[in-house]
Design a protein around this ligand. Structure first.
Ligand SMILES: CC(C)(COP(=O)(O)OP(=O)(O)OC[C@H]1O[C@@H](n2cnc3c(N)ncnc32)[C@H](O)[C@@H]1OP(=O)(O)O)[C@@H](O)C(=O)NCCC(=O)NCCS
Length: 147
């Protein structure tokens, strides 16, 4: 899918992420401050992609991955994870394109609400989600447990 965005003479495209992207995705996440955790190894990402077919998206420029969003739908809510854009490509609307395309794909599957978890210290991400119309739930805390 073409986007019409051009950086340094290269054209930005969006396409569905596959497990073959795992190495490049891991490098993108590590370079761009994404907290890589359990489930982010090739097996975990592959399982997630199979269970959520056609939802996760990469942004590429001249074939190289410069952005990502992992997208899941649990049948009730859509979730966005690991939204990341290479530093050199930021503030040009790449994350906004990724999020808008993720929302379009979720809507097409029947999802009516989408959520994302963001560290409170992450100003860029907070601003990005606010700019895309996401509401911040002031009174909600996230709980987690290792199984
Ligand atoms: C957060 C991130 C994905 C944004 O990507 P991006 O492609 O630069 O975002 P966009 O260009 O689509 O930004 C859209 C809007 O979001 C807001 N925004 C994005 N980055 C911002 C920043 N650093 N400071 C303030 N506002 C910001 C602005 O309103 C911006 O619109 P504008 O450029 O017209 O002012 C990127 O900074 C990133 O990869 N950060 C490191 C990884 C990360 O923290 N991911 C989030 C995990 S939840």
């Amino acid at each position: 899918m073409r986007t019409g965005l051009v950086f340094h003479g290269g054209e930005l495209r969006l396409r569905t992420a596959t497990v073959r992207d795992h190495g490049a995705l891991m490098a993108l996440w590590l370079r761009n401050g994404i907290a890589v955790r359990d489930g982010d190894d090739r097996r975990g990402v592959g399982l997630m992609l199979r269970r959520n077919k056609g939802l996760s998206i990469v942004a590429t420029m001249d074939g190289a991955i410069v952005g990502s969003v992992l997208v899941t739908w649990d049948g009730r809510r859509g979730w966005l994870h690991h939204l990341a854009v290479e530093r050199a490509c930021r503030r040009a609307g790449v994350a906004s394109l990724l999020v808008a395309e993720a929302e379009r794909r979720l809507r097409a599957m029947g999802a009516t609400r989408v959520k994302a978890e963001v560290y409170s210290r992450n100003r860029a991400s907070r601003a990005l989600f606010r700019s895309m119309g996401y509401e911040q739930y002031e009174r909600l805390l996230t709980f987690g447990k290792r199984l």
